[in-house]
Every structure is written in structure tokens, then in C-alpha cells.
Write a protein that binds this ligand. Structure first.
Ligand code: KG4
Ligand code: ZN
Length: 331
């Protein structure tokens, strides 16, 4: 039983949340910087760190006010340690360490992807063994979990992450950053008429998206040179057809091979409507439970860090004040 204050600042959202006894989410405050980064077509790391510095105190203050708890009532402070942008991570890390020191509270360093996985626990009970499909701006992974906090990466991307491919394709067809939600929306009105390569369809659990991403970029450049108009809806649809099929088939194969009770999806790309629909269809006739997190906890937030942090609290996984941010932290 514990009240956890969590801080997340790994990329372009400044977030704080307060979770009581793993059950009651007393506050979940997210201040997004998307409107600013949109002007530059992607996240500008220098701007991101500066905005985290400007916002973090207000976000924490608002979380405490919403939850109607004082710092004295908090049992521990959880913070995203990595992976992420180093300048961004530092801001949350320093805020968490300052509070831990000033109020003499245990400090918990959480892996960002563990947070995305535990976002599912905010809405339904995790059942082990499980397979997590992690799809975000920086990750494309299949993670096998025998029990709480035991992560085994059985497959990963050999190059680009799926979210990164979405955002690059978005950039080349001139849709606002981040490309993922826009491509998701456009694809609904398109047809898969553009021929694109299928990414790494082999018998491993690994993924590869740089070939598909380059194929889209080359196609658009060639059409530009020929003064042909790209149909954004058809290209979005074609890209998604190529990108998502392999995620679904490898997840299904992994879930069966590891004989799991549950499959969960984590990270920003889990908000994608086609991925959600295709996974639902694929698992409909399987004796495996599929959990799709609701949209509010798919993208970066601190509630997920609070949930992962709560399990680490139970296991007394505390850090000392030497804890540092790790941009390439391994799960
Ligand atoms: O998990 P997240 O918020 O941040 C990282 O940890 O990376 O994921 C952000 C990624 C971005 O690449 C964004 O384009 C993608 O998630 N995304 C989507 C959708 N919503 C967000 N991709 C496809 N379809 C969506 N609906
Ligand atoms: Zn994330």
C-alpha cells in the first residue's frame, strides 16, 4: 500500500501523476509540447529540455493539488530514468531527486518502456506469462514477461522504430508532426495502390522499418521529379498495409510459441486504429486474452511510470541520490 508520485519527461511531454495503492489514479497531468515541435516538423531536443524546465514545477504542483495530497503523504517518488532525450530526462530526474532529498522519500528509477507496458495495468489486470508488443517512437519490440518486472526481449527492430517510420513518412507527405495519428486518419479514406516492400518477413521475432521508410521517401521524390501528385490518403493506406501486417503476424506467432495467457500492446503506436482492429481480428479465435490500452494511456504520461514504480516499490527497488538519466537504458 503506497502513494506514488511519478514524473515523466523523456521526450516532449512533461508529466506528473499520483497513484494510490496501484488502484486509484488521483492525478494524471500531461503538458504536451507538440504545438511547438510541430512548427519544426519534429522534436527539437534543445527546445524540449527548455520547456520541461519551464513546466515541470507547475505540472507537479497541479498533480498534488488535483490529488489533494501533500508531499508528506507521498510514500515514494518514481521517475523515468531512460531511454529518451538526455536533456529532457535530466529535468525530470533532477526534479525527482530534489523532492526525494528535501522530503526524505525513496527514489525509484523507472524504464520508460516498463512504464508503457504497465499502462495496461491501469485498466486491466496483467496475467502472466504474457507477451507485450511495444510500439513507440523509439521502440519496436516483443517482450516476454514470466512475472512482474521480468522482461525478456525476444525480438526488436534492427534499425528504425515503427513510430519513427510513421513520423518520417508524415514529414515527406507534409502532414503535421507527429505523423502517426494523421497517417492513421488519412489511411481510412485511401486504397493500398502504391507498391511497397514488406518489412522483414522471416522466422525471427525481429523487425526492420528502414527499407519501407526509404521506399516511401524514394517513391515521393520520384513522383515530385515527374511533377506527379502524391495521393496522401492512398500512400498512407499503402504504408500502413505494409507496416502493420508483420507486427500482427509476428505477435501472434510469438504468443503461441511462448504459450502466453495474455497479449498486451504498449507505446504511442498502440493508439493506431488499424493495428487495434487487425490485432483484435487475429486474436478473436485464439484462447489468448488481448488487451488494448485505452487511448489516454497509449502515449507518454506519468500514470504508467507510477504503476511500474508501484511494483518496484513493493520489491524495494530503490535508488540512491547518485541515480542518473540514461538515454539508452536497457529494459
Ligand atoms: O510512446 P510515445 O508517445 O513516445 C515514445 O516513447 O516514443 O509514441 C510516440 C509515437 C509517435 O511516433 C507517433 O507518431 C506515434 O507514437 N503515434 C501513432 C498514433 N498515435 C501516436 N502512430 C500511428 N497511429 C497512431 N494513431
Ligand atoms: Zn513513450
Amino acid at each position: 500500500m503506497a502513494i506514488i508520485l511519478a514524473i515523466e519527461s523523456s521526450c516532449d511531454e512533461t508529466a506528473a501523476a499520483i497513484l494510490k495503492d496501484k488502484k486509484e489514479l488521483l492525478a494524471n497531468v500531461v503538458s504536451t509540447q507538440i504545438a511547438t515541435h510541430k512548427l519544426y516538423g519534429g522534436v527539437v531536443p534543445e527546445l524540449a529540455s527548455r520547456m520541461h524546465v519551464e513546466n515541470i514545477s507547475y505540472v507537479i504542483k497541479e498533480a498534488l493539488a488535483k490529488a489533494e495530497v501533500t508531499m508528506e503523504q507521498i510514500d515514494a517518488i518514481a521517475v523515468t530514468r531512460g531511454p529518451g532525450l538526455i536533456g529532457s530526462l535530466h529535468v525530470g530526474m533532477q526534479a525527482a531527486k530534489t523532492l526525494a532529498y528535501a522530503f526524505d522519500k525513496p527514489l525509484i528509477g523507472v524504464h520508460h518502456i516498463a512504464g508503457h507496458i504497465y499502462a495496461n495495468q491501469l485498466v486491466s489486470e496483467l496475467k502472466f506469462p504474457l507477451m507485450a508488443l511495444v510500439v513507440s517512437g523509439g521502440h519496436t519490440e516483443l517482450v516476454y514477461m514470466r512475472d512482474h518486472l521480468q522482461f525478456e526481449i525476444i525480438g526488436t527492430t534492427l534499425d528504425d522504430a515503427i513510430g519513427e517510420a510513421y513520423d518520417k513518412v508524415g514529414r515527406v507527405i507534409h502532414v503535421p508532426y507527429p505523423g502517426g495519428p494523421e497517417i492513421d486518419r488519412l489511411a481510412k479514406h485511401g486504397k493500398p495502390i502504391y507498391p511497397l516492400p514488406r518489412p522483414l518477413d522471416d522466422d525471427t521475432y525481429n523487425f526492420s522499418y528502414s527499407g519501407l521508410k526509404s521506399a516511401v521517401i524514394n517513391l515521393v521524390h520520384k513522383m515530385d521529379q515527374r511533377h506527379e501528385e502524391v495521393n496522401k490518403e492512398d500512400l498512407s493506406c499503402s504504408f500502413q498495409e505494409a507496416a502493420l501486417g508483420i507486427l500482427v503476424s509476428k505477435t501472434l506467432r510469438a504468443a503461441k510459441a511462448y504459450d502466453v495467457k495474455q497479449v498486451i500492446v504498449a507505446g504511442g503506436v498502440s493508439a493506431n486504429s488499424k493495428l487495434r482492429a487487425d490485432l483484435t481480428t487475429a486474436f478473436e479465435k485464439e484462447p489468448i486474452e488481448l488487451i488494448l490500452p485505452p487511448l489516454w494511456c497509449c502515449t507518454d504520461n506519468a500514470a504508467m511510470i507510477a504503476m511500474a514504480g508501484s511494483y518496484m516499490y513493493d520489491q524495494k527497488c530503490f535508488a540512491d541520490l547518485k541515480l542518473s538519466a540514461r538515454p539508452s537504458l536497457v529494459l
